[in-house]
Design a protein around this ligand. Structure first.
Ligand code: G3H
Ligand code: 13P
Ligand code: ZN
Length: 357
């Protein structure tokens, strides 16, 4: 089956009240482990690649080739190939040109990917990128608000994309009225919001509560924008058993807390349709490789180490498909080619619906 667009997939998820995990990948083995889990659960999936993966680690030819091969090999599991955190027009349009069916234009940050931007910059660049992508039929995710800690005010600089320095509380929580204005001005297909989550393993210094992780903010945004697909970044749960696994076999991870899966489930009830997960996958793989190395000191075949990592990743991914309600929907969706999606954008049938304040 051809790769599916983010818009088509999230429209289906909204219609049937479920969330879709978006897993970051950088290699074939992650892709295979995730699609095997998708097949076992009959789930569609979003596979996303960061700029680091596209420009440095693997390259577009490798990532697009891997994901297209997976789509051919697993025709009953719709796959959206999405670019995570683009910084400018070039990042997003070149991804679509390379075969991605969706891209994130993260205009919450300036082109350096570090400095928080202003609304005018964000709306201008995101709107222009969405218009160009929609001509081709690809989807665009925008972001309003800046990821970071409500506990400390620290921006989410650690790991991958993120701002630097201290942020005010109103930057760390997306404003519902501004979100409505942003969606109607940019026509984005999905909106990433800020609610206290951040990238990486060190999100909270204790189990989060309503002050440090604001699902209420998601509820308020959803009330104002019931038709818009919301995206939760920084949604790794940093499971205790994976922290223990890493530490038991030689790692040194200080105790930390992530986003509890039940809080993500609450978010899904309030319109979260795309749930970004990278850190948990990294922990599952590296922790199980550590264990394999310790338990099999004679082994030197890298496939055996990577197989152990894939097995642990598959367990994690299956759990998220089940918990987010994605399981059982794979075979129900037939992907619409991007050219047909382009026609729908041209007809205006995919224009955002924003209810009056
Ligand atoms: O957005 C952050 C992701 O975890 C990507 O991380 O740039 O190291 O691939 P990366
Ligand atoms: P985590 O670091 O919580 O996995 O978040 C990943 C993410 O949001 C990628 O865009
Ligand atoms: Zn992110």
């Amino acid at each position: 089956m051809p790769l599916i667009t983010l818009r088509q997939l999230l429209d289906h998820a909204a219609e049937h009240d479920y969330g879709v995990p978006a897993f970051n990948i950088s290699n074939m083995e992650q892709g295979l482990a995730i699609i095997n889990a998708a097949q076992a659960c009959d789930a569609p999936v979003i596979l996303q690649a960061s700029l680091n993966v596209r420009y440095d680690y693997a390259g577009d030819r490798m990532i697009v080739g891997i994901v297209q091969a997976l789509a051919d090999m697993y025709p009953n599991n719709p796959i959206c190939l999405h670019q995570d955190h683009g910084h400018n027009e070039r990042d997003c349009i070149s991804a679509i040109g390379a075969g991605f069916t969706s891209a994130m234009m993260d205009g919450s940050l300036m082109g350096d990917g570090k400095t928080p931007s202003n609304y005018a910059h964000n709306v201008d660049i995101t709107g222009r990128v969405a218009k160009t992508a929609h001509w081709i039929g690809a989807s665009i995710e925008g972001e309003l608000g800046v990821l970071g800690s409500l506990e400390t005010g620290d921006a989410a600089e650690e790991d991958g994309s993120g701002a630097k320095g201290k942020l005010a509380r109103d930057q760390l929580l997306t404003d519902p009225d501004q979100a409505a204005q942003f969606v109607s001005e940019t026509k984005v297909d999905a909106l990433a919001i800020a609610c206290g989550t951040s990238h990486g393993a060190y999100k909270f210094t204790r189990a989060p509560d309503g002050d440090t992780l604001s699902i209420e903010q998601i509820e308020a945004i959803h009330k104002r924008l019931p038709q818009t697909h919301l995206v939760m970044h920084g949604s790794s749960s940093v499971p205790q058993h994976l922290q223990d696994l890493i530490n038991e076999f030689g790692g040194e991870m200080p105790q930390t807390w992530g986003v509890p899966v039940e809080e993500i489930e609450r978010g899904i009830r309030y319109g979260v349709r795309k749930v970004n997960i990278d850190t948990d996958c990294r922990m599952a793989m590296s922790g199980s490789m550590r264990r394999f190395a310790k338990e099999n000191p004679q082994s030197f075949d890298p496939r055996a180490f990577i197989r152990a990592a894939m097995d642990e990743l598959e367990i994690l991914v299956r759990d998220r498909f089940e918990r987010f309600g994605t399981a059982g929907h794979g075979r129900k969706i037939k992907s619409i080619p991007v050219a047909q999606m382009a026609q729908r954008y041209a007809d205006g049938t995919l224009d955002p619906v924003v209810t009056p304040a």
